[in-house]
Design a protein around this ligand. Structure first.
Ligand code: PLP
Length: 274
């Protein structure tokens, strides 16, 4: 769907003068559709509108209208299971720099089926010094993340873990948690993209273990008992190797495993609601 009109994906086009193409000026959001229902749609819509506001783009629709588009797209597709990328671009700029009327599109994508192996064995992550620009905005800028893919490959890593020389932030497209030596669940809260999966993980962890939202030093990271990533495609994925060294005993830890189950239960409840 582009600016409110349904278009087959093969014919969907945005003109080359769009600021997203010329200057990388665009924001987006991404969520899954399960049993014909957009997963945590309210949270994603709220963040999408916030991203637009923070970058100075005006979404030419009310939040309820965009929600109607999402529901219309799900109905039109007639699919129980897929995913949606919601994107707002800088529009067709006269001088190639100043934003014009934004273009809004909803792109249907396949459901992200990550191999079961990832969840059983966990991912290998590699630390890398980098701070995302406009961290609280879900911009389409993943320049560094994409540029270092060969480096990850060389180091046999599945994902990157960004830090600023002292503190850990997040991965390229996921948030990050540790279970520290004291058994506290800790996740950064500043200079990161505030993920919906992060928020729900903190919610389901309430009453299970102590949680803290604060900076994590590289030192605390190295001594953590467990660690995992969260994002809408995963939603919780254990990390078992950090910079080539095993985390704990090199297997997904008990807290991570329990949180994965609790998240799943929370999702089932959400999908079960009318
Ligand atoms: C999308 C994204 C996340 C995860 O957010 P979710 O809402 O959980 O999918 C985390 N960090 C970055 C940089 C992201 O782009």
């Amino acid at each position: 769907m582009i600016n409110g009109a349904f278009i087959p994906v093969d014919e969907a086009k945005i003109h080359i003068t769009d600021l997203s193409i010329l200057r990388g000026f665009a924001i987006f959001d991404y969520f899954r559709v399960r049993r014909g229902k957009a997963v945590f749609m309210e949270d994603h819509l709220e963040r999408f509108f916030r991203s637009a506001r923070l970058i100075g783009l005006n979404i030419p629709y009310e939040q309820s209208e965009v929600q109607g588009m999402i529901e219309g797209l799900i109905k039109k597709n007639g699919l129980e299971k897929f995913s949606i990328r919601l994107q707002l671009t800088g529009g067709y700029s006269d001088n190639g720099f100043e934003p014009a009327t934004p273009n809004l599109f909803l792109l249907s994508l396949p459901f992200p089926n990550l191999p079961e192996k990832f969840f059983k064995e966990g991912w290998h992550v590699m630390t890398y010094k980098y701070q995302r620009e406009l961290p609280e905005v879900k911009t389409t800028n993943y320049l560094t993340g994409i540029q270092i893919l060969p480096l990850l490959e060389e180091n046999d890593a599945d994902a990157v873990l960004y830090h600023d020389g002292t503190h850990i932030r997040e991965s390229d497209r996921s948030n990050f948690f540790i279970v520290n030596q004291e058994g506290v669940l800790v996740t950064p809260k500043d200079k990161i993209l505030l993920g919906v999966s992060r928020k729900i993980t903190l919610k389901v962890a309430q009453g299970v273990l102590k949680t803290e939202e604060r900076d994590i030093t590289l030192e605390e990271l190295r001594s953590a008992k467990e660690m995992f990533l969260t994002s809408s495609t995963k939603p919780i994925l254990p990390v078992t190797i950090l910079d080539g060294k095993e985390v704990g005993n090199g297997k997904p830890g008990p807290v991570t495993t329990q949180l994965m189950e609790l998240f799943q239960r929370y999702l089932e409840d959400y999908l079960g609601k009318a």
